[in-house]
Design a protein around this ligand. Sequence first.
Ligand code: ADP
Ligand code: MG
Length: 386
Amino acid sequence: MIRFEQVSKVYPDGTTAVDDLSFSVAEGELVTLVGPSGCGKTTTMMMVNRLIEPTSGRIMVDGEDISRIDPVKLRRRIGYVIQQVGLFPHRTVLDNTATVPSLVGWKRARAHARAAELLDLVGLDPKVYGSRYPAQLSGGQRQRVGVARALAADPPVLLMDEPFGAVDPVVRERLQDEFLRLQATVRKTVLLVTHDIEEAVRMGDRIAVYGQGRIEQFDTPGAVLGAPATDYVARFVGADRGLKRLSVTAIEPDDLAQPPVARRDEPAAAAAARLRDQGARWAVVLGASGELHGWVSAEALSTGAGGTVSGLACRMEAWVPLGAPLKQAFSEMLQHDAGWVAVLDGTRFAGVLTPAKLHEALRRSVDADARGVARGQVDFDSVSDA
Ligand code: ADP
Ligand code: MG
């Protein structure tokens, strides 16, 4: 959808901001550009909507060389969200959101209806906020209006330059989550600039780690954290990259252990005998269609002989959905002081994650992400003490 072909930008004063950059972003993909201040991220982004012209090279958007597209027309196809938001102070939130539809000649009523729909989508009730002015909003709310405005004309491409930079960490995390939920439905092609590696790995399908004017590594967050391509990248992502991997590695069915299972309507004595044979101290209790009911100890089963398993079962406190990040499972374990956490596929019980399995899952994901990287280059020390 967006392709950079050997693009360089040298400013008139001789500063090389971007040096021979080639990469592409697939349709519906969210790519984060991350790197320290001054490394050329904003320059890269502003060349996509022609607010800055490259010195050499070519940028394609949807198969078209953008130097041949009228900049004004190009910008209507590209939503732009910046840290300073840039809302018009004397226009209402509704009018601000309707800016681009109005510019492209939509009737006022239609533009307003669209703006209201978008405000709703970013979590602002248009009835409450539509008639306010930007100064009457919190920083986080202004940022949401910025996103709504960028999406109003339904552009296929979205450029976001430090979009959540101006708010406190708690609000920032909420805005990030909201945007990811939104992106799951609107599936725009997004370039997001940030200097924050946490934000980059959290938001990006892939991340481009910038050095001075160049991309040092362009890969999935898991691969960048698991197998940094250069010393520079390793330093930039930080010594705690093993911990960061927990946030970007999803729980997969193969990661799970299968503990003994008891049916909820089964006689307790039968379940007790089975557990004794297996040498197991507890079992997961499931309903008729495999839904999680709780867990039961071997001890409770043997003292409660006569009844069914159901009455002896305890509630399962710690559980996470399949596909959730390993970090969530780990956090559930810590919170409930549990040695394992149940994993559900919808309502069905899929297995349990134990600390040993969690460790295996991290290794599995390093291997998967490091395809093409020699094994010796993969640094396991950051994910384990093995
Ligand atoms: P980032 O967004 O990663 O912080 P920028 O793309 O804004 O970096 O800037 C990259 C480099 O280009 C920096 O060294 C910056 O000082 C320089 N630069 C940016 N804009 C201009 C300009 N208009 N004229 C000269 N140098 C510039
Ligand atoms: Mg910048």
